[in-house]
Design a protein around this ligand. Structure first.
Ligand code: GTP
Ligand code: MG
Length: 399
């Protein structure tokens, strides 16, 4: 018999509830970690959560918890233990020893997904750079297979240990990747310049909120969209025309909580599209239980990119999937996030938006797609007029 499907690796997830953190939030983080591990091809079997003042500096969770996890791992033949926070090199070593299986942390997992999804040589180079930067301080004695990449024989200097050799090889590789990226960056910058002065609009948002689906809706293109995290890694740019107003629309990599810093660094040129755009469309998945936190994370990432001050339209997507639990008016317990109706949320966010326009749509059912086009037209037009004050031939027909 031929086995067609390779066995999915069994995983367990580990998180902690630190002082000041809400148990529900941590559950949501682990939901995301679980989704990430499924996207990476693993099968999450069980979650281990511990309440702690702060992470244990030696083993992240307490000693008793580690023993409990170790027992489960050996009884259930678990392949990987995935931790929700970035582990220090020494935590990683100690946990590896105690659990006797492969250990991944959130950063590692995200890097792994990126590595699988990278299609172009540009994306691959960026991910590889981030992976080596992550790996460099974490080399352990177990990890000695790098020589192969360099051809091995004769490379090891006298008296040098394997780890030192590996470190040296990694440093050289990092330097090489950086040079390659610089070359690609220059090429891409030239490409962007050649696009002329058309108004540039960038879709930004948390991962899996529907950016690519909206790109397809607006540009009638077929950008890859699916219910997995980080479906998009490379930036796609399309020319879109609304009414008779042309502009460039770009779709790019989604953001996530604790996006590894090395990754943000090495994805700089992919994110240049965001940095150089004239208008941002911040897509939000309003059907997601923690969409408000996702908004915060996107805003923080935009700040990191120096793009927080750009004109912005907030697009609340997936209104078709939105649901809430209406509260009885005599029920005086606190109003929870699941008690807000779409009308409540619209009121709150339209008021909170300030300068920023808000639109509520479903890219799937196309509900309110016309409203989105209208708002987008207005905003692009404003920028266009500023840039070409004497050119009004484009606006003879309104949408
Ligand atoms: N119910 C519903 N699902 C939607 C809507 N828009 C997109 N989706 C689904 O959400 C999932 C993610 O959509 P994408 O367009 O790939 O999201 P993305 O933001 O590009 O995601 P990444 O590229 O992975 O960061 C897909 O399964 C879409 O079909 C919507 O309005 N309603
Ligand atoms: Mg996408």
């Amino acid at each position: 018999m031929i086995e067609t499907e390779s066995r999915r690796e069994k995983a367990i997830l580990v998180g902690i509830i630190c002082s000041g953190q809400d148990e529900r939030d941590v559950e949501d983080y682990l939901d995301e970690l679980s989704f990430l591990s499924e996207t990476a091809g693993a099968e999450p079997l069980k979650r281990f959560v511990q309440r702690l003042e702060a992470p244990n500096p030696r083993t992240f969770v307490g000693t008793g918890k580690i023993e409990e996890i170790a027992l489960f791992i050996s009884e259930n033949k678990v392949d990987i233990a995935i931790f929700d926070d970035e582990l220090t090199p020494s935590q990683l070593r100690n946990i590896e020893k105690a659990l006797g299986c492969r250990i991944l942390d959130r950063t590692n997992l995200i890097l792994d997904i990126f590595a699988h999804r990278a299609r172009t040589s540009h994306a691959r180079t960026q991910v590889e750079l981030a992976q080596y930067q992550y790996l460099l301080p974490r080399l352990t004695g177990l990890w000695t297979h790098l020589e192969r990449q360099r051809g091995g024989i004769g490379l090891r200097g006298p008296g040098e240990t394997e780890i030192e050799t590996d470190r040296r090889i990694i440093r050289e590789r990092i330097a090489l990747l950086k040079t390659q990226l610089k070359k690609i960056d220059t090429q891409m910058a030239t490409q962007r310049k050649n696009r002329g002065k058309m108004v540039r609009v960038a879709l930004v948002g948390y991962t899996n909120v529907g950016k690519s689906t909206i790109m397809n809706l607006l540009s009638k293109s077929e950008v890859f969209a699916e219910n997995k995290l980080f479906a998009t890694l490379d930036t796609t740019v399309r020319k879109v025309v609304i009414g008779n107003l042309p502009f460039l629309l770009s779709d790019t990599v989604g953001f996530i909580r604790k996006l590894p810093h090395d990754l943000v660094e090495s994805f700089k040129s992919t994110l240049d599209e965001v940095r150089e755009s004239d208008l941002l469309l911040h897509i939000v998945d309003i059907s997601h239980p923690i969409f408000e936190e996702q908004i915060k994370i996107v805003n923080e990432t935009l700040k990191e990119l120096g793009s927080a001050e750009k004109p912005l339209i907030v697009i609340f997507n997936k209104i078709d999937a939105f649901s809430y639990t209406a509260k009885d008016e005599y029920d005086l317990t606190p109003v929870l996030r699941e008690n807000y109706s779409l009308t409540d949320l619209k009121k709150t966010w339209m008021a909170a938006g300030g300068e920023n326009k808000t639109v509520f749509i479903s890219a799937k059912t196309k509900e309110n797609a016309d409203e989105l086009r209208r708002v987008l037209y207005e905003e692009v037009k404003k920028i266009h007029i500023k840039r070409y004050p004497y050119n009004d031939f484009l606006f003879e027909t309104e949408v």
